[in-house]
Design a protein around this ligand. Structure first.
Ligand code: PRX
Length: 658
């Protein structure tokens, strides 16, 4: 957090009251109702959540235990209850007579369209569930899903949930090597993929990446299910590879949902942290589903019978899990799903889809808003966006300028904006406006949701008084139902990352710094660890450093984020070569290193800038001075005391002056 950020945050005065029209019909229509709910949660925390869990989830066996805190930080929720998540997301809506309602209105990048009713979604999910069972996948087995943004990706996730298998979705933009690490860590039995994915006019060779990953290891994988999507030529391994449509034609559409324990893991999702290897965040079945369903209602104010919801995230990220695969279906809503790039073929693609589908609730990331804003108002102006009634933002702090553009140009000054703070680990929204109740301040995610005990604290875990005007650590004081349960195969890392910062107290450490203004509004200031947010994607700087040093010519590397107008952060790498810099064609090597990182992690991790030097600035005790590197990367004047530096001349090199 820079002092400038804090300064601008604390001087933001604009307040946007809830439009009367919106408040009148909202599910939560006033702060009184919010305070009432929060009061209930404070006075009877377990009672509050039990009530929500009974209201939102159809249980196969009702729970009697609510929160089990006997073995912190391994909390359990509703643990003697049983349920099936896919039953909750599909069958119960059909039983309620809504089988003909559209679940998914899909549009492919080339313009092809497909819609699936809840009945049709069930048929797809059931056939796929049966196919997985035929391949020996049972309760607790892992399935990796590496697919484009197609309805079959949602069906694959739901099919796993239906039979009690644990899915691990890997974002299609990750490389073969990153895929391999994830398959191996989860020891998956089956991989579900596609011949290719279409994005921004390019074909992503998904199947080729799976082949490469499996060539180099992944011995646990017995079958690869391949969806034909991109008309892309692929290699085929007889006996291992099967076509998605072949097995769908072969299997029956009758696959009874397998009831599982509330705490049964629903999925693993890998996310970057401060150390080199991404960690597999494990989510539960009931608690996670509750978070997804409740926030669809509280934050998105969703009316399943009339709303058309659209979350533009990819299913490879947590946002696509909670607000595509599970949240909208849990509440029986209709949602839009779009396969391709937001600017393809022209910068009005999203607005064209929103117009065609009469989207009412639209949820995207600040990086997309900034990129679209740059293209000019004429693009949204071509389309009728009058069906929109609510807008959402996620993934990084939204700067007031982008907020105002979103509010004015996209929302026509009539749609509230819900700026939702949450994380892969939290499973669902944690701090966000209730659109019918909360007056908005551009750039603030406003207040914690009912039942979420978020706080801003000092190093000792004491709340920072609002009047103090200073930032602190964002924490959650009490376990909540949709929280992560573990790091897959690595309990120690779970404890160390999230629960060890404050000795003798179990406070969940989010890893963000935040401040609260005099009105109690939360402002997220940024990460306090070595994680950077690039176009809304969470990247570990150490992960990129490891990729760089695995190149034969690199001796040492340090990666930092540099503020970028559109992406939030750009990736800036400082590289020390083996041997002398003078002997190298540095432009060529720069390209080579960028390609190398793309191969190790994926194109999203490619450094935007690479600077070479003879050394990195270190303290006498050998620690890399990251704050100094961040200042250099941003072109800021250097105000830090560098007298402890071993060699001051490296600074000039790192600034690109020598
Ligand atoms: O730094 C916060 C930022 O994104 C991080 C979580 O990243 P990830 O697990 O990939 O999940 C992103 C989507 C939920 C957080 O630690 N972040 C997320 N939402 C916001 C945000 N920062 C500010 N405002 C937000 N609304």
């Amino acid at each position: 957090m820079t002092d400038d950020t804090l300064e601008s945050v604390l001087t933001e005065q604009r307040l946007f009251e809830v439009p009367d029209q919106f408040a009148k019909q909202a599910r939560i229509s006033g702060m009184d109702q919010y305070f009432e709910m929060m009061k209930h949660a404070v006075e009877d925390y377990e009672g509050f959540w039990a009530e929500q869990a009974r209201a939102e989830i159809s249980w196969e066996i009702p729970f009697s235990e609510i929160l089990d805190e006997s073995n912190p930080p391994f909390y359990k929720w509703f643990s003697d209850g049983r349920l099936n998540v896919s039953y909750n997301c599909i069958d119960r809506h059909i039983e309620a007579g809504n089988g003909q309602r559209n679940a998914i209105l899909w549009e492919g990048e080339p313009g092809d369209q497909r819609s699936l009713t809840y009945n049709e979604l069930l048929d797809e999910v059931a056939r796929l569930g049966n196919a997985l069972k035929a391949y020996g996948v049972g309760k607790g087995d892992r399935v990796v899903i590496y697919m484009p943004m197609v309805p079959e990706a949602v069906a694959a996730m739901q099919a796993c949930a239906r039979i009690g298998a644990i899915h691990s979705v890997v974002f299609g933009g990750f490389s073969a090597e990153a895929l391999k690490d994830r398959i191996e860590d989860a020891t998956a039995k089956v991989v579900i993929s596609a011949d290719g994915g279409l994005r921004s006019g390019k074909t992503i060779p998904l199947k080729a990446n799976v082949d490469q990953a499996l060539e180099e290891g992944c011995d646990s994988v017995e079958h690869v299910v391949v969806l034909q999507r991109a008309e892309n030529a692929i290699d085929w391994t007889e006996g291992r590879d099967v076509w998605f449509r072949d097995i769908m034609a072969r299997e029956s559409g009758d696959c009874p949902p397998e009831p599982v324990e509330a705490e049964h893991p629903l999925f693993i999702l890998y996310t970057s942290g401060s150390t080199g290897k991404p960690k597999g965040v494990v989510h539960s079945s009931a608690g996670y589903l509750l978070g997804a369903a409740a926030t669809m209602k509280w934050v998105f104010d969703i009316r399943p019978e009339s709303d058309v919801f659209w979350c533009t995230a990819d299913v490879g990220w947590i946002t696509g899990h909670t607000y595509i695969a599970y949240g909208p279906t849990a509440v029986g809503a209709t949602q839009v799903m779009y396969e391709g790039g937001p600017m393809y073929p022209e910068p009005d693609r999203l607005w064209a889809v929103a117009e065609r589908t009469r989207t009412t609730v639209f949820y995207t990331a600040p990086t997309a808003i900034r990129a679209l804003m740059k293209q000019g108002e004429e693009w949204p102006a071509k389309h009728d966006l009058s069906a929109l009634r609510l807008l959402g933002s996620v993934g990084e702090p939204i700067n007031p300028e982008a907020w105002m553009w979103y509010y004015r140009v996209i929302g026509g000054e009539r749609c509230p904006i819900v700026d939702t703070w949450w994380q892969t680990e939290t499973g669902a929204h944690m701090i966000a406006p209730l659109p019918g109740a909360t007056a908005l301040k551009p750039g603030s995610c406003t207040h914690p949701l009912p039942g979420i005990m978020a706080d801003v604290v000092d190093e000792a875990g004491n709340s920072i008084d609002r009047a103090e005007d200073k930032g602190g650590l964002l924490i959650i004081r009490r376990p909540w139902p949709s929280m992560l349960r573990n790091v897959w195969g690595n309990e120690q890392r779970f404890i160390k990352t999230y629960w060890s910062y404050f000795p003798d107290q179990y406070l969940y450490l989010a890893g963000d710094s935040a401040s609260r203004d005099a009105d109690g509004y939360f402002w997220i200031l940024g990460r306090m660890d070595d994680v950077i947010n690039v176009s809304g994607h969470r990247m570990g700087t150490m992960e990129i450093e490891s990729a760089l040093v695995s190149h034969e010519k690199v001796a040492e590397a340090a990666v930092v984020g540099r503020p970028d107008e559109v992406k939030g952060n750009a990736i800036h790498a400082f590289v020390i070569l083996k041997g002398s810099r003078g002997d190298q064609d540095l432009d060529h090597l720069r390209d080579d290193l960028r390609g190398h990182v793309a191969e190790k992690i994926g194109p999203i991790a490619k450094p935007d800038d690479i600077r070479f030097a003879d050394g990195l600035p270190k303290t006498r005790s050998g620690k890399i001075m990251r704050r100094l590197l961040r200042a250099i990367a941003s072109g800021e004047e250097i105000t830090q005391d560098i007298s402890t530096l071993e060699d001051e001349s490296v600074i000039r090199q790192l600034q690109g002056k020598d």
